[in-house]
Design a protein around this ligand. Structure first.
Ligand SMILES: Cc1cc2nc3c(=O)[nH]c(=O)nc-3n(C[C@H](O)[C@H](O)[C@H](O)COP(=O)(O)O)c2cc1C
Length: 514
């Protein structure tokens, strides 16, 4: 047998090897001189060539930590245990584990629920009943699910991601907030209930001058799928920050959906130009409600409880009909497609504090029955959802929980257009692996399994459904490792007499057990 071709291949491999080694050696020498004679980076000057690996390892560190070195409870914003729970729930895999808790149940801040000696029998449990938002509006909204999808715009999210969420929300029976980018065809295609968010640039609802257009509001309200309007004052991850949509990202489709011209960058102001005080806000709520006939509320992150007090006082002065139909409170721990680190890390207070304040202030001013509360901010797992319901919220929304259900791996690239899972990118190659049909099923599974486990917590505490949980059912571990009832830390508020007149309260129609 003629094997001369083997010798030829080996000769060529030897030549290639010598070339590669020679070229690498040459490159090292070139880099050595570049590094040695530059003064931009001291470390590269002092340790030529070798110092370059630092950048590579720094970049790879994000990925290596996640897969190899970080412990289950280590990472932020979400640790592996939290993410895995959502992945498993989304895939309908078992979320049970064996042997015992791997969490430190003595750690200060740990939430514990007060189990009941005689838990509720499964047969006595009920589903959380629907709750009406804006009962006095022309078209009130009967919201069926306690757990819903938080605002994320088409633009921050890709087309297949929005499609998967809207189809999944329809299957799950929950609502989806459009985010501040307006209503896209993909929000509508899934058929789910939508909350139309009005951001500071009024994308989707603006006239040629960028002002809020009654005509556009009417057009949106005419869609049966649009159930409520939410004025976005601020968002947990970036209070007081607008945004800039670069001209390059303004496609014909985006320009039509958002109502902005092509060819020039679009600026979202850091506040609604026409909402600069409490009266402006209340006027805007009344205007949108009158024009659309649908419930209107606002979303904000709390800086201090004083502002909400001042707003409630003003509502009483102006008239109760000026009150919002709902308030969405977003915690400082909330997520974003893009925001400066200083705002994400250091501005606004967390939901742990702000949610009880919102509930208590509304109760104090006798507005709790009229104004529904929606809470968001890392409420992605059963424990935190049950906690928020026990504190008193009516509804919960989650953004990143639902992103995980779509397959988000927390690569933190939402702002770079390089999201490897195709969720937060417009790169069609990266989007091609995200199947709206398959992922919508995961969205539905995640929603169903989460509600199921929140119900388990409720039943263990002896109540028939999740909204039956109260602050008495929650204990928080203190520095001493002993736990304290949440009802002692934030005692239930009682309505005050307002201007000498006792505030009238009616029995909440939240559920029979609350
Ligand atoms: C990719 C992304 C885009 C978002 N876009 C919006 C938005 O358009 N409007 C808004 O009010 N909040 C937006 N948010 C914030 C979420 O709606 C939510 O308030 C926050 O992330 C807290 O929920 P989570 O902890 O479950 O993510 C966005 C969040 C993410 C991660």
């Amino acid at each position: 047998m003629d094997i001369s071709w083997v010798n030829v291949v080996l000769d060529w491999m030897a030549v290639v090897f010598i070339l590669v080694v020679g070229f690498s050696f040459l490159l090292i020498i070139v880099y050595y001189f570049i590094d040695r004679f530059q003064t931009e980076h001291a470390i590269r000057h002092n340790y030529p060539v070798i110092a370059r690996f630092r950048y590579l390892f720094e970049y790879l560190g994000t990925f290596l930590r996640q897969y190899m070195f970080a412990a289950d409870q280590d990472e932020r914003p979400f640790n592996r245990a939290q993410r895995s729970w959502v992945y498993r729930a989304g895939k309908n895999l078992s979320t049970t584990e064996a042997f015992g808790s791997t969490r430190n149940i003595h750690a200060p801040g740990k939430i514990l629920f007060t189990s009941c000696p005689f838990p509720l029998l499964e047969k006595d449990s009920v589903s959380s009943p629907p709750l009406v938002i804006g009962p006095n509006c022309k078209t009130p909204f009967k919201a069926t699910s306690i757990f819903n999808i938080s605002g994320m715009s088409y633009g921050a999210l890709s087309k297949p991601a929005v499609l998967a969420l809207s189809k999944g929300a329809k299957k799950a029976g929950c609502w989806m907030n459009t985010g501040e980018g307006g209503i896209s065809p993909y929000h509508l295609e899934g058929g789910a209930d939508l909350i139309a968010q009005i951001g500071t640039a009024k994308y989707g609802y603006r006239d040629k001058n960028g002002d809020l257009s009654n005509e556009k509001l009417r057009e949106a309200a005419a869609l049966d799928q649009v159930k409520m309007f939410e004025i976005k004052l601020s968002q947990g991850a970036k209070p007081g920050k607008g945004g800039m949509l670069p001209a390059a990202k303004i496609t014909k489709e985006i320009s039509e959906i958002r109502g902005i011209p092509m060819g020039e960058s679009s600026l979202s102001p850091n506040r609604h130009a026409d909402i600069g005080c409490n009266d402006d806000l209340l006027d805007m709520i009344v205007r949108i409600r009158e024009v659309t006939g649908k419930p209107v509320g606002f979303k904000f992150v709390m800086g201090s409880p004083d502002w909400l007090e001042s707003l409630c006082k003003r509502i009483h002065e102006v008239g109760l009909e000026s009150a919002p139909d709902f308030i969405t409170i977003d915690g400082a721990e909330g997520g974003t497609g893009s925001a400066p680190v200083a705002l994400m890390d250091d501005v606004g207070i967390s939901l742990n504090e702000s949610l009880p304040y919102v509930i208590d202030i509304l109760t104090k001013y006798g507005l709790r029955d009229q104004v529904r509360v929606i809470a968001s901010g890392k409420l992605t797992n059963p424990t935190m959802v049950a906690w928020a319901l026990a504190v008193g919220t009516d509804f919960i929304t989650s953004a990143r929980g639902f992103m995980f259900s779509l397959g988000c791996i927390q690569s933190m690239h939402c702002h770079k257009d390089t999201c490897p899972t195709g969720i937060a990118t417009h790169n069609e190659r990266l989007q091609s692996g995200l199947s709206p049909k398959k992922k919508s099923q995961r969205v539905m599974n995640y929603h169903r399994n989460l509600i199921h486990e929140v119900e388990l917590i409720a039943h263990s505490c002896g109540v028939t459904e999740p909204r039956g949980l109260t602050r008495q059912h929650v204990r928080i571990v203190q520095n001493s490792s002993r736990s304290r009832p949440f009802s002692e830390i934030f005692p239930d508020e009682t309505p005050i007499a307002f201007q000498g007149i006792p505030v009238e309260t009616t029995e909440p129609n939240v559920s029979e057990s609350k």
